[in-house]
Ligand binder design. Sequence first.
Ligand code: GDP
Length: 369
Amino acid sequence: MDDEIICIGCGAVLQSDDPKKAGYLPAAALKKAEAGETDNVYCQRCFRLRHYNEIMPVDLNNDDFLALLNSLATKKALVVNVVDLFDFSNSLLASLKRFVGDNEFILVGNKFDLFPLNSRQSRIKDWMRQEANRMGLYPSKIFLISAARQKNLDELIEYLDQASQDRDIYFVGMTNVGKSTLINAIIDKMGDIKDVITTSRFPGTTLDRIEIPLENGHHLIDTPGIMSTNQLATRLNAADLEVVSPKKPIKPATFQLLPGNTIFLGGLGRIDYLKGQSTSFTVYAARGVKLHRTKTANADDFYQKHVGELLTPPTGENYLPALKGQEYHTDYKSDLLFGGVGFVTVPKDCVVKTYTPDKIGLGIRRALI
Ligand code: GDP
C-alpha cells in the first residue's frame, strides 16, 4: 500500500516520525494500519481525546465493574488507586480490600501541586497511610504527584515500569481524581509504550476499559471512573466545579475568631466556633470560594439570604441539599475537612461545628501544615 493514511479523527496524514507533529502514531501501529490490519485509525492525540472523554463513569455497585474487580484477585496484578488529595477520604476505594487479594496495592495522591509550598510530604503520606489502614487497605507505596503539572511523575513511572515486568497494572479511582490526566501524562512520559492504545471490553460485560500495551508484553489498564454521591464533584454543576477546583497552590486566609463566630466557605461549607480562646483559624480553599465571617447567631439567616450571590459557589439558584453539621473537639492542632472544597486549620482545644450540603466530605485530621 503506498497511499497515505489519514487519521479519521482530525484528517491529518498519519506519520511516525515526530510525536510533536499532527498525525503522530507510533511506528508499530502505523505499520499495522499500512498492512491493512486495522481500520478506522486515529492518531495518538485523537485517540486520547476520544477515549478519555468517552469512557463512561460507573457506579460502584455496577455488576460489570464488580466482575472486573473480582477478576483481579485471580490474576497477578498491581492495583493503583488514584486519589484526590483534596478529597482523599471520599476518593479512597475502601471496597478494594475485597478485590486486591494477594496483589500489591499502591496509592497515588494526585493534585499535590495545590498543597501550600511548605507542606511536609512525610506528614501527608502518614495521614494517607493511617486513613487507608483504617479502611483495611495496606498500600505498599504511596506517591504524591501532580498529573496536570507533571510533578513527581518520574519516581512513579519508574516504579510502574519495574512492576510491569511481570504483571499488568490496573488503575482504579473515583471520577474527577485526575486519573485520565495521569494516564495521559504516563503515556507522554513512558518511552516504551508499544502501540496505539486500544479500548477493550472486559469479557462477558458491557464495560469498556482502556488497555495500553507495553513493550514488555504487559499492559496498563484504565478502568472506568466510579461515581459517588459522597463526592461534591458529582453534585456541582460544571461552572461551579470549575470555581471550586483550584488551579494554583492554595493561599491560606487567616481569621481572628472568638467563640460565637462563623466562617462560610461560599455556600458549600460553614464552620462555627463554639468553645475556646480567642484564636486564629486558617482557611485553605480555592480562590473562587468566597469566604465570609459572621456571627453564629445570624448565620442561618445570612445563609438563607445570601447563598448563590454573596456566598458562592453555588452560583445563582441554590441547587444543593441543605447544610448539615457535625461537632468536633480538637485534641491537637487539626484540619477540619471540607472534601473537594478545602480545609480549615484550627488550634488545639477548640470546639467547632462544621457543615456541608448533606455533610458531604466532612472530616478531621491532625494538621498537616
Ligand atoms: P478523572 O475523572 O479521574 O479521569 O479526572 P480528570 O483527569 O478528568 O481530572 C479531573 C479534574 O482534575 C480536571 O479538572 C483536571 O484538570 C483536574 N486535575 C487533574 N490532575 C490535576 C493535578 O495534578 N492538579 C490539579 N490542580 N488539578 C488536576
